[in-house]
Write a protein that binds this ligand. Structure first.
Ligand code: ZN
Length: 149
């Protein structure tokens, strides 16, 4: 048995929910695995403490006092977190929409109906005058190599 399986069986073992064979397998693992043995012992101790703890009874009239308080709690304001989330999402969509619309406007005004053609012609025009040893020149050389293939 692996330690992860033993961990899953420990709580059930303390509650007396394991079959005899499962209990034997767990016991065999606990004998040979020091770490799981210590953990099982700690589990046993906690189980024992919880079992013998004094039951705590609620103070008198707790339920009626809680219910009385609930009536005085303010109802949800108009600008609740739910509305704030909705407004935030709406703002993000508007920003994306404006970005896409303005991007289309720019590419249309430049006569770039096909993005790939536009990108290729833009990159050639921009980097044509760069010296070959510069970063732009290296990029241009790479473009020319890939265009030749
Ligand atoms: Zn183990």
């Amino acid at each position: 048995m692996k330690c992860t399986k033993a961990h899953k069986l420990m709580s059930a073992s303390l509650d007396g929910e394991l079959s005899a064979s499962e209990q034997e397998l767990l016991a065999a693992h606990l004998k040979q695995c020091v770490a799981c043995g210590k953990e099982y012992h700690a589990f046993q101790e906690m189980h024992r403490l919880l079992h013998h703890a004094q039951p705590f009874s609620a103070p008198p009239y707790l339920a009626s006092r809680v219910m009385a308080r609930l009536d005085t709690v303010e109802t949800r304001p108009f600008f609740s977190p739910l509305w704030a989330n909705f407004a935030e999402a709406l703002m993000i969509f508007m920003v994306i929409g404006i970005g896409v619309a303005s991007g289309n406007l720019i590419s249309n005004s430049m006569g770039l109906h096909n993005f790939d053609d536009g990108l290729a012609s833009m990159s050639l025009e921009i980097f044509d005058a760069t010296p070959p040893e510069s970063l732009g020149g290296a990029y241009l050389a790479m473009l020319e190599v890939s265009n030749e293939k």
